[in-house]
Design a protein around this ligand. Sequence first.
Ligand code: IPD
Length: 266
Amino acid sequence: MSSDRTDDVEQLRATAVAVAQQVGDLVVRMRLAGPGQVQTKTSATDVVTAADTAAERLARRLLAQWRPGEPVLGEEEGGEAAAGRLCWVVDPIDGTVNYLYGLPWYGVSVAVQRDGQSLAAAVAQPAAGRLWSAARGSGAHCDGVALRVSGATQLELSLIGVGFSYRAERRARQAAMVAGMLPKIRDLRRAGSAALDLCSVASGWLDGFAEHGLHRWDWAAGALIAAEAGAVVRLPPRGSDFLLAATPGIVDGLAELMTQCGADSV
Ligand code: IPD
């Protein structure tokens, strides 16, 4: 991997892919050896494993080598973007609870943004050997196959992904909201990794996905992949943490249904 400083999006995508793959290999190897030491963060159910920490350290090491001097924002160590500059946004294991239990639905999410806009991205699902990637304006792919969102047009026949907060009181409000949504759609899925949920929208495996409480590292890669596959993506506006991504035929209906079901007070 060259350390050329260009921000050609295809080159950025190649870097994101290489980082996601190498970090993915590490987390799978560490999982085989057991999850190791587990600590908690915002609540007793919000965990961080030794693999999360080691994986972010590896991502930072690779990026320092291949993209020297460019800042990194990561779930475990934080970091800050600077105006007008590229910033790498890394979730070393998205779906940490799944990882902890040995459930293979977890991802490594790597994006590069400028001024909050994702330019290139990769999400690896290392337990399945799957890799999604996208470059702004160049489409989204999974393992070399170009992606297109589903053609759903009827909300009542749509499969919608959701996610829940680690905080009990917010989770109770989210539960009330989804209880209202459930009779109006085909069904809900709560798979446990926002990055993979967004890739699922890109792949047509879900017709839409929405979650309150996401952090930039949860969505920076998946949102670009979904958008490049044709999804309408509404990123969290300033002061909010609500993200919605859906195939164009249902996005307005889904947003309206969620508002009717209390999305504004979640
Ligand atoms: C979590 C997952 C989960 C979502 C949470 C995220 P983490 O990320 O994406 O699906 O519901 O909001 O925090 O903690 O596993 O990296």
